[in-house]
Design a protein around this ligand. Structure first.
Ligand code: AKG
Ligand code: FE2
Length: 360
């Protein structure tokens, strides 16, 4: 079982779709979606919104001051938008169109691509949660994409065309982009371009499409509850023009306005471990609205599925001892997903090493 998204399949779940529910023209959402306790975001009075970092990859590859911007973005936010990333508009538009078509398939067709019991891939309500916790207002589609031998032989080959081909192109472009990001993150950390990737091995990759239907009571539900991603990096593509992502900065929810032709990049828990907590994963959530559906395509890049993760060797010194244990990736995902550890509590409570006599 491997899942780098925050959510996990409800094992043996029967097909139930928020999109179908939203089609019923309800005036109220069913009780199981209602959350009484949603912290409001800060007002979108643009003067008071903290400025979300924007990183220009083309400048970054020339090094210089853009590396300092990246370093600050990774330390202060664990989140940024990346522009001039070199991925063609055509590749992006094709995968968006394919994702939209996938969610517009009939339920009959979708059922053929539904999660099987005990499986996480395919369509489904991708939440295994304590019974007393509300459901997210979202339909998901989750698939392991790279390396290609990790693919489920019953899923990838059965994707409708041209989406299958578009996804193939897209996931390889995302792999290249993640590799470039690992190199520049290593430069920003001062450990050189290779070490992050060496710590991860051949990166495992999974893609999740999130489809948030319009909701009659948007203020009472969340599209995705607050979480950090388990990945090393998550590269998020906004599918249409509808906003809904919020990131938590200094205890406040900040709405994100996606830039045109940009990707949003989140640092995940794996990168927090690999960087020995110099960089931090960021908590985020998705809200929904009453007028239009929203969809996003999240690419999770993480460690080699059969490898292990721990702080990068060059970041561990007598002055900066390891802050996390090294652990098998399989055990990492299992711990991350186990109901008693919600999200980041696994790295904080289980992997964290406490040093009592640290000087300086
Ligand atoms: O849809 C979004 O804006 C956020 C998606 C996300 O956080 C995820 O898939 O892990
Ligand atoms: Fe996420």
């Amino acid at each position: 079982m491997t899942n780098m998204g925050a959510e996990t399949a409800e094992v043996g779940s029967h097909p139930s779709s928020v999109k179908e529910l939203a089609n019923e023209a309800l005036t109220k959402v069913p009780e199981r979606y209602v959350r009484p306790d949603i912290d409001p975001p800060i007002l979108s009075d643009t003067h008071s919104l903290p400025q979300i970092p924007v990183i220009d990859l083309t400048k970054l590859l020339l090094k210089g001051p853009e590396l300092d911007n990246l370093d600050l973005a990774c330390k202060q936010w664990g989140f940024f938008q990346v522009i001039n990333h070199g991925i063609s508009m055509e590749v992006v538009e094709d995968v968006k169109r394919g994702a939209e078509e996938l969610f517009n398939l009939s339920m009959e067709e979708k059922k053929k691509l539904w999660q099987k019991p005990g499986d996480m891939e395919g369509f489904g309500q991708i939440v295994e949660k304590p019974k007393d916790e509300a459901s997210d207002w979202v339909d998901g589609f989750y698939i392991l994409t790279l390396p290609s031998h990790s693919r489920n032989p019953h899923l990838f080959p059965n994707l409708p065309q041209p989406f299958r081909e578009n996804l193939e192109v897209y996931c390889n472009e995302m792999r290249e982009l993640a590799m470039k990001m690992y190199a520049v993150i290593g430069e920003a950390l001062g450990i050189g371009p290779k070490e992050i990737q060496e710590s991860l091995g051949e990166p495992g990759q999974a893609i999740k499409i999130n489809y948030y239907p319009p909701c009659p009571q948007p203020e009472s539900v969340l599209g995705l509850k607050p979480h950090t991603d388990a990945s090393a990096l998550t590269i998020l593509l906004q599918g249409n023009e509808v906003e809904g992502l919020q990131v938590k900065k200094d205890g406040t929810w900040v709405p994100v306005q996606p830039l045109p032709n940009a990707f949003m990049v989140f640092l995940g828990d794996v990168l927090e471990v690999v960087t020995n907590a110099i960089y931090r994963s960021i908590e985020h959530r998705a809200v929904v609205n009453s007028w239009k559906e929203r969809f996003t395509i999240a690419t999770f890049s993480g460690p080699e599925w059969n490898g292990n993760i721990g702080p990068a060797p060059s970041l561990v010194t007598p002055q900066t001892p390891p802050l996390f244990k090294t652990i098998d990736v399989v055990d990492f995902y299992q711990g991350y997903l186990s109901p008693q550890h919600r999200g980041k509590s696994f790295i904080n409570n289980v992997l964290r090493i406490h040093h009592h006599n640290l000087k300086g």
